[in-house]
Design a binder for this molecule. Structure first.
Ligand code: MOS
Length: 751
C-alpha cells in the first residue's frame, strides 16, 4: 500500500501546536454574552421555591431562566427521561449539581454575582450514597420504583453442572471505583439563535445527540438546529451524552435573548456535574478443571448509576458481554444491575462498563493459576479464543482472532522466562522493595453492538476541488484520537492524493447525516468505511473519464501517491483533478457504511454481541515499597490485535495513552466524596498520571485482518485502556503475595 500502515504526521498537528486551532473557548461572536448555572448544592431534597428577583437586578444581567422558561421537553435521558433540564418547584433534587436556574450576562463577573443572588429553598432528604444502601430500597431516589432500575443477563450453557464438574471453584467479590475522564478541555458550548436557525458550536463526541436534545428542549425542528463540532480537547466518553446538557443551557439562554451565549465549565463544575466511570461491586464464582480449563463463570455485578440513568443501560450491556472475559467458556451466567444513588450520574468512559469486570475475571484467572500451580501466561493461553471458538455470549468467531498471537508476542518481547528469574532474584535480595509481574488478556467488542444497531451507520463526504485539494467531512469526530489523520490516509490511499493536500472539516449536522456517536472504538471502521466508499466512487468517476480520454483500460491506469501514470506519462493528481473538473466529471461524493446485521437474543444475552473484537495482552513489571505503600510501575509490554494499523504511529500513541490512563485508574485516581458531595474537584487533589509517572512501554501490533474493516482495520481507542488495570493489579498481587480485590489500589491498601 502507498500510505495505509505507514507513519503519518497528524494532519492537524501544526494548527494545534501553534495554538491556531479553534476550540470552543476561542470563539467570540458579536454581541456575545456569558452564561452560568445555579446548582442545588444538596444531594437529595425537594425544591420548595425559587426567587430570581434580586439576581435579575444585578447590573449587566440580561436573563435569568428557570423551568418556567423551557418551551419544549424539560427533561433528558437516553433511554428513560428521568433527569430534569431545570428542576421545577415541587420536584426532587437528586444530586448536588442539579440545575435550578440559568443566568446570562454581559460579563462573567456579573453572572457570578447573580448566581449568588438566586434564592431557593430545599427541603433536604437523607441521601442514598452507596450501592448497599441503594439495594435496601429504604430511601428511593426515583419514587415509586425500586432503586434497582435495570437488569441485564446472560444464560448460556449449564452453570450448575460446571460447578459440579469443577476441580477448583474460586469465589470472590471485587470492587472498582470512579474514574474521571480528565480531558484537558472542560465542557463548553456557544449557542446563537437568530430567530430562525439555532447554531451550536461545542466540544463533543456526538453532534447528532446535541441536535436531538436541543431540538426537544426548545421545541424546534432538526432542520433549524445546526450543530458544529469545534476542535475538542479530549473526550474519553465524557463528551458522549454530556455535551447536550451544556449546549441546551446555552441554547435556551440564546433562544430567550437572541444573542450569542457562551457557557464554559470550570474544572470544579465539570468534575462535580459530569459523568464518570461507574463504581461497581461484582461477585464472581468461577469453575476450573485441574489442568486450568475454564468450565463456567457466574457473575453478579452492580453498577452505581448515580442520580440519573443517562447511558447506564447501554454501559451495562458492555459489562454483561465482557464479564466472562476473553476466554472460551461454555457455561456463562451473568446478572448486571444498575442502581440509583444520590451522586453524580455515571456514564461513558473509555471501556464503557468493561474495565470493572475485566479487572475481576483477570484477578480470578491469576488466582486459579496460583492454586493449580500453572503459570499465569499458560492458563490464559490455554483458554484463549481462536477462529472457530465462541465468545462468552456464544458468538462464533469466523475471522480476525489474533488473541493467541498477542500472548505469544508479549511472552517473547518480554523475555518472560528470564524476567521471572530476575524478579525472583530481586525479591530474594531486597527486604522492603518487592517486584512483581502481572498478566492480563482481554477482549473488546468493537462497534455499538447488537443493542445499538439502529445507530451503527456512518456517512462521510469527500470533495475534490479543481486544484486537486480535497476536503472531507465525516460523521464521527476528531477528539484527539487521530481520526482525521487515519481517515485522510484512507482517502489518500484510494484517490492517490498526498496527505498534505487533504483537509478534514469539523463535523456539521447540516452537512452529514446522523452517523451515531464517536464511541465504542468504531470511528475507523464506520467513518473510515464511509470515506472509503465516497473516495472509491470519485475514483471510479475519474477513471472512467481518463479511460475514455486516453483510450486505455481503467485497470492500466496506475495510481501512485501524488500522481497517476497513464501510457508511460505521469500526471500529478492536481492535473488529473483539473482535467476531470473541466470535463464535467462529478468530484464530490457521499459515502455510507452500516453495521452488518447481528443476531442476538436479548432475553438470554446470547449471540453476536459486536461486529468484531479487538484482542489484547499486557505484562507489567511493578515495584512495591512495602514500607510506604508506593507502587512504581516500571515497565509495560502490550500487544493488541487491531486488524490493521492505518496510521502506525497513531496506533502506538493510542496504546501508550490508554495504558497510562488505565494505570491511573489502577493505582492513582480517586474521587473522594463527603455526604454526597465531591471534594476532589480539581487536579490538585484528583491525581492523574503525568509524564514523570510514565514507565517504559513496549507496544506491539498484531494484524489479523477484519474483512469488513477499511483495509482490515478494527479499533484501538478503548481496548488500549483495558489491559492495564488487571495487569498492574496482578503484578501488585504477585509482588506482595496479597489478594487484590479492588481498584484503585491506594498506598493505604498496600500498608
Ligand atoms: Mo465511549 S466510553 O464508547 O464514549
Amino acid at each position: 500500500m502507498k500510505i495505509v500502515g505507514k507513519v503519518a504526521k497528524r494532519i492537524e498537528a501544526h494548527e494545534k501546536a501553534y495554538g491556531e486551532a479553534k476550540y470552543t473557548p476561542d470563539l467570540y461572536l458579536d454581541r456575545m454574552i456569558y452564561a452560568g448555572v445555579v446548582y442545588s448544592n444538596v444531594p437529595h431534597g425537594i425544591l420548595k421555591s425559587i426567587d430570581i428577583s434580586e439576581a435579575e437586578n444585578v447590573s449587566g444581567i440580561i436573563k435569568v431562566a428557570t423551568y418556567k422558561d423551557v418551551p419544549g421537553t424539560n427533561k433528558f435521558g437516553v433511554l428513560i427521561k428521568d433527569m430534569w433540564f431545570l428542576v421545577p418547584v415541587g420536584e426532587k433534587i437528586r444530586f448536588e449539581h442539579d440545575a435550578i436556574a440559568l443566568i446570562a450576562g454581559e460579563t462573567k463577573e456579573a453572572v457570578e454575582e447573580a448566581i449568588k443572588k438566586v434564592k431557593f429553598e430545599i427541603e433536604e432528604l437523607q441521601p442514598v450514597l452507596t450501592i448497599e444502601e441503594s439495594i435496601k430500597d429504604e430511601i428511593k431516589v426515583h419514587d415509586p420504583e425500586s432503586n434497582i432500575a435495570f437488569h441485564k443477563k446472560i444464560r448460556r450453557g449449564e452453570i450448575d453442572k460446571a460447578f459440579e464438574n469443577a476441580d477448583l471453584v474460586i469465589e470472590r467479590e471485587f470492587r472498582t471505583d470512579y474514574q474521571e475522564q480528565a480531558y484537558l478541555e472542560t465542557q463548553g458550548a456557544v449557542a446563537y439563535y437568530d430567530g430562525e436557525i439555532m447554531k451550536i458550536y461545542a466540544s463533543m463526541q456526538c453532534p447528532f445527540y446535541v441536535q436531538e436534545d436541543v431540538s426537544e428542549i426548545l421545541d424546534i425542528p432538526f432542520n433549524k438546529v445546526d450543530v458544529i463540532q469545534m476542535e475538542t480537547g479530549g473526550g474519553f466518553g465524557g463528551k458522549e451524552d454530556v455535551p447536550s446538557y451544556i449546549a441546551s443551557k446555552a441554547a435556551l439562554l440564546s433562544y430567550l435573548t437572541k444573542r450569542p451565549v457562551k457557557l464554559i465549565y470550570s474544572r470544579e463544575h465539570d468534575i462535580k456535574e459530569t459523568s464518570k466511570r461507574h463504581p461497581s461491586k461484582s461477585h464472581y464464582k468461577v469453575a476450573f478443571k485441574k489442568d486450568g480449563t475454564l468450565l463456567g463463570v457466574k457473575v453478579e455485578s452492580y453498577l452505581d448509576m448515580g442520580a440519573y440513568s443517562t447511558l447506564s443501560p447501554i454501559v451495562m450491556y458492555r459489562t454483561l458481554t465482557h464479564a466472562a472475559g476473553a476466554y472460551n467458556v461454555p457455561n456463562v451466567h451473568v446478572d448486571v444491575y444498575g442502581v440509583y444513588t444520590n451522586k453524580v450520574p455515571c456514564g461513558a468512559f473509555r471501556g464503557f462498563g468493561s474495565p470493572q469486570v475485566l479487572f475481576a475475571i483477570e484477578r480470578v484467572m491469576d488466582e486459579a493459576a496460583e492454586k493449580l500451580n500453572i503459570d499465569p501466561w499458560e492458563i490464559r493461553y490455554k483458554n484463549a479464543l481462536e477462529v472457530g471458538a465462541e465468545t462468552s455470549t456464544g458468538h462464533k468467531l469466523e475471522f480476525s482472532v489474533g488473541a493467541k498471537k498477542t500472548l505469544e508476542n508479549i511472552k517473547k518481547l518480554s523475555n518472560y522466562e528470564e524476567l521471572k528469574k530476575e524478579v525472583e532474584e530481586f525479591n530474594k535480595t531486597n527486604k522492603i522493595k518487592k517486584r512483581g509481574l502481572g498478566w492480563s488478556h482481554i477482549i473488546y467488542g468493537v462497534s455499538l453492538g447488537a443493542g445499538g444497531q439502529h445507530l451503527d451507520a456512518s456517512n462521510s463526504e469527500v470533495h475534490v476541488f479543481p486544484d486537486g485539494t480535497i476536503n472531507i467531512m465525516f460523521g464521527g469526530t476528531e477528539i484527539g484520537q487521530g481520526s482525521k489523520t487515519a481517515i485522510s490516509m484512507i482517502v489518500s490511499e484510494i484517490l492517490g492524493q498526498k496527505l498534505e493536500k487533504i483537509k478534514v472539516l469539523q463535523t456539521d449536522t447540516f452537512i452529514v447525516q446522523d452517523s451515531g456517536p464517536t464511541v465504542a472504538s468504531r470511528t475507523t471502521i464506520f467513518s473510515g468505511n464511509a470515506a472509503k466508499d465516497a473516495a472509491e466512487k470519485i475514483k471510479n468517476n475519474i477513471l472512467e473519464f481518463l479511460s475514455d480520454k486516453f483510450d486505455v483500460e481503467k485497470s492500466d491506469i496506475e495510481i501512485n501517491l501524488g500522481y497517476y501514470k497513464i501510457k508511460d506519462k505521469n500526471f500529478t493528481f492536481d492535473e488529473i483533478a483539473k482535467m476531470a473538473n473541466d470535463a464535467n466529471v462529478k468530484l464530490n461524493e457521499s459515502g455510507w457504511f452500516k453495521s452488518p446485521k447481528l443476531h442476538f437474543d436479548m432475553e438470554n444475552g446470547v449471540g453476536e454481541a459486536y461486529v468484531t473484537y479487538t484482542y489484547s495482552t499486557q505484562l507489567s513489571l511493578v515495584e512495591v515499597d512495602t514500607l510506604t505503600g508506593k507502587i512504581d510501575v516500571k515497565k509495560m509490554w502490550i500487544s493488541h490485535d487491531i486488524g490493521k494499523a492505518i496510521n502506525y504511529d497513531g496506533v502506538i500513541g493510542q496504546i501508550q495513552g490508554g495504558a497510562v490512563q488505565g494505570m491511573g485508574h489502577a493505582i492513582m485516581e480517586e474521587i473522594m466524596q463527603k455526604e454526597g458531595k465531591i471534594i476532589t474537584d480539581n487536579f490538585n487533589n484528583y491525581i492523574i498520571p503525568t509524564i514523570k509517572d510514565i514507565p517504559e512501554i513496549v507496544a506491539d501490533v498484531v494484524e489479523e485482518e477484519f474483512p469488513y474493516g477499511p483495509f482490515g482495520a478494527k479499533g484501538i481507542g478503548e481496548p488500549s485502556l483495558m489491559t492495564a488495570p488487571p495487569s498492574i493489579a496482578n503484578a501488585v498481587a504477585h509482588a506482595t503475595g496479597k489478594k487484590i480485590t479492588k481498584i484503585p489500589i491506594s498506598m493505604e491498601d498496600i500498608i
